[in-house]
Design a protein around this ligand. Structure first.
Ligand code: ITT
Ligand code: NA
Length: 216
């Protein structure tokens, strides 16, 4: 059984919607979120720690909201900013800007203690995501990768562009009410509708395809 390592029920709902009900179990383990300015480094670290803790296959999901006008802030600090500034005030800050473009990104990090076949070139995650436009970031989120480090960790990324708007909708979680994609906020979508276009849905799609082959 695959353990989805998160304290966030919303993420688990979306993963189940995507991967199927009986395939994932939540592991409510609060791994150490190291201070790093990119999601993949944080997620890979978390996956190793969670795997060492439980000794079974784990999937960690580290996500962030990147506001273009703020050079990608809050990005890897999205959780902290939600708790301190709050979603409503992120909207009010962004409202002052002419450019309200933003994007969501998810990094899934998988670890089962084994190595991986045909590993692609390791990515220098420290350098990624900085000084990049939304287009460049989108282009950078295509391939799965193996993170450098002691225990092998496989990385899958998902990205979705959108715009920050006044809060609308009751569904979803986190920043969903202020994130609009194609005229609809994520909080106005059903979980299936959100998964069909979201950062997490895209990352889960790549992961799911790969994982089914690995476990066949
Ligand atoms: P875990 O680390 O335990 O998985 P978390 O909620 O802290 O749970 P993240 O660090 O990945 O997860 O999330 C960063 C922030 O972004 C946090 O405030 C989330 O609520 C928010 N977030 C993540 N995915 C989101 C999504 O799909 N829609 C809206 N907000 C999201
Ligand atoms: Na977190």
């Amino acid at each position: 059984m695959l353990r989805f390592v998160t304290t966030n029920q919303g993420k688990v709902r979306e993963a189940r919607e995507y991967l199927g009900d009986g395939t994932v179990e939540q592991l409510d383990f609060d791994y150490t979120e190291i201070q790093a300015d990119d999601l993949a480094t944080v997620a890979a670290h978390g996956a190793r720690e969670a795997y060492r803790h439980i000794g079974e296959p784990v999937l960690v999901d580290d996500a962030g909201l990147f506001v273009d006008a703020f050079d990608g802030f809050p990005g890897p600090y999205s959780s902290y900013v939600e708790d301190t500034v709050g979603v409503e005030r992120v909207w009010r800050l962004t409202r002052e800007e002419d450019d309200r473009a933003a994007s969501f990104k998810t990094v899934l990090a998988y670890c089962d203690g084994e190595g991986f076949d045909a590993s692609p070139e390791p990515v220098d995650h420290e350098r990624r995501g900085q000084d990049q436009s939304a287009e460049e970031r989108a282009a950078a989120t295509t391939d799965d990768q193996v993170a450098a480090g002691d225990l092998p960790v496989k990385i899958f990324e998902g990205y979705v562009p959108g715009e920050i708007v006044a809060p609308r909708g009751e569904g979803g979680f986190g920043y969903d009410p202020i994130f609009e994609h194609d005229g609809t906020t994520f909080a106005e979508m059903t979980p299936e509708e959100k998964n069909a276009v979201s950062h997490r849905g895209r990352a889960l799609a790549k992961f799911g395809e790969w994982y089914r082959e690995r476990t066949e």
